[in-house]
Design a protein. Structure first.
Length: 286
């Protein structure tokens, strides 16, 4: 099991007037190759949870296992855990600093002390993962790229560490629609073609509806709903109560149903909505 969390509780600034329980008895397991969407209102504990998964924060109670190893046990090197669990934080392009795309992506592997040959292999592979042509981009300055390209370079920098589990914290935040599509397309490809285990934190229900196998919904530090996107998005009332929404097409289906159309309300993606609406057209119901 790449990731397992047992009875995890985390308290910021314990025993002070600012004490805050950010995670409250979390239990979860993530399987090899799974794509998990982590959703929740601002302050629900998403960032706190992902920082526990590579030891940036340590549990107040409970355990985190990566590849069946309890990461807070004595003698466990956090460096080896951080190689297994790569986190792409929000706005990762702010941390680009080298003069070429190659050097930036090579930064992590270089620190691992790998040979130049191995580093080059990893940079090539990471650029392929994020859909950036090696020859075209390797000598370019990261600063002259578009927003979506910059972000893909930053993601490639984490991928070059060859993590087993990739965590993405709001990978499309602040990008224009084109940049967002580019980044999402490559994330989808990494999961489908390379069978990576991915955890994606997002505020976009439309994105996780398209990509995730399973959704975990956090509210006030607790897991309140868990299941396939279809199962989770059927609980509109519960989601709205905790300040979340469902994919836009679900609201459309609900409206059409109210107007008497025989539409399948289970749809969650634009593609499914298109199919349903075309079906209604063909049956001359619209
Ligand atoms: N360094 C800190 N010190 C004290 N409290 C904190 C700290 N970081 C976060 N918190 C609190 O812990 C709770 C969980 O925060 P967290 O950042 O994990 O939420 P989040 O779901 O990631 O939110 P967002 O969607 O805004 O990123 C919040 O109530 C937050 O105010």
């Amino acid at each position: 099991m790449p990731v397992k969390v047992e009875n995890l509780t985390y308290v910021y600034m314990p025993n002070t007037p600012f004490e805050k329980k950010a995670l409250d008895n979390i239990n979860l397991e993530i399987k090899d190759g799974e794509f998990v969407g982590l959703i929740g209102h601002t302050g629900s504990g998403k960032s706190t949870l992902i920082q526990q998964l590579n030891g940036l924060l340590k549990p107040t109670f409970g355990k985190v296992y990566i590849d069946d190893i309890s990461i807070t046990d004595k003698g466990i090197s956090l460096k080896s855990i951080r190689q297994k669990v790569g986190i792409v934080f929000q706005y990762p392009e702010h941390q680009l600093f080298e003069e070429t795309v190659y050097k930036d992506i090579a930064f992590g592997p270089t620190n691992l002390g790998l040979t130049n040959e191995e580093i080059e292999k990893r940079v090539k592979r990471a650029m392929d993962f994020v859909g950036l042509d090696y020859e075209t981009y390797k000598d370019r300055s990261p600063f002259e790229l578009s927003g979506g390209q910059k972000r893909r370079v930053a993601i490639a920098g984490v991928l070059a560490m060859e993590p087993k589990v990739l965590i993405l914290d709001e990978p499309t935040a602040g990008l224009d629609p084109k940049g967002r599509d580019e980044v999402l397309k490559q994330i989808k490809r990494m999961h489908k073609e390379y069978k990576m285990t991915i955890i994606m934190v997002t505020h976009s229900m439309d994105e996780v509806a398209q990509l995730a196998d399973r959704l975990i919904v956090l509210d006030k530090g607790k897991i309140v709903i868990e299941g396939s996107p279809r199962e989770v998005f059927n609980q509109i009332d519960t989601l709205e109560k905790i300040g979340l929404s469902v994919p836009q097409v679900k609201y459309l289906a609900k409206k059409l149903k109210e107007k008497g159309f025989n539409i399948n309300e289970d749809i969650i993606t634009l593609e499914e909505a298109k199919r349903e609406i075309l079906r209604l057209f063909k049956e001359r119901k619209i």
